[in-house]
Ligand binder design. Sequence first.
Ligand code: SF4
Length: 322
Amino acid sequence: MKYIFGPVPSRRLGQSLGIDPLPLKTCNWNCVYCQLGRSVPLTNERQEYFPREEILAEVEQALKSHTPEEIDWVTFVGSGETTLHAGIGWLVQQVKARTENPVAVITNGSLLYLPEVRQALYLADAVLPSLDAGSPGLYRKINRPHPDITFERLVEGLLAFRKEYSGKLWVEVMLIKGLNDNEPALKEIGTVLDDIHPDEVHILLPERPPAETWVQPADEDGLSRACTILGISTRGIHPTSGVFDLSGAESLVEAVIGIITRHPMRESELVETLKHYSPDEVLATLAALEKSGKAQQVERLGTCYWSAAPAYYPSGKHNEGD
Ligand code: SF4
């Protein structure tokens, strides 16, 4: 399958059947912590990156091969900013008509200032935008947005969406050591959140390879400071657990590429996830994919991860000197 992955375990959404409507990597932000590497080039053009009917046909096929009980959420998420796909509203509507499972959209929220983007997400059961900074300067430092997507537009969009949207609005804050885990930064984020009134605030920590080598997750002190200042429990900040279901893939190569394109993984995780194949087969496939230029190893957070080769991680294991 080209557009569907999983169900995969998600920190917030249990077993999530992922719909990825974008080519790697299509984003109007270039977050320092992005697990898909740097956004090169930065794109802020809304268009039909893949034909919507093709995506929907795969969704129908995936829904037929799973019982509703095997899936907690059907989630639009993937290789960049989901709302850059011009057909996102149509896709949400069509998927909602085909499943009893709730539908979520993970977005950076940057385009919610556009009425047509807000309207596109009305039918989703949950929308999960990001708010990593409460000031324009820190926003530019962490999210490194396209010049058209200002902090003022981000906040304006979130406020407008909150007023109009009746589903669950869960705002995500990625907590990075030395950037937004200090008291002044957290207080600024808290002030914006007070205005938005999300249903929940989720604190996340980078747990897959960040685009930049120097990014580190906040430590225990930073985490507890964030929970205190943002007034939330520590629920949802633990590492992901659950089962990656790669049964929809037609071959081992497809399974590996499908997963590492969206979730770069440690070698041991891949061997565990693909346990219906022998470890030797998995390792041989990874080596062959690396040799043919389709996969790469990236060193981050003191660990080596496998990712899809088009992803760009400066100064990763195979990008020395970039
Ligand atoms: S984390 Fe999300 S919003 Fe940020 S650069 Fe990556 S895909 Fe884009």
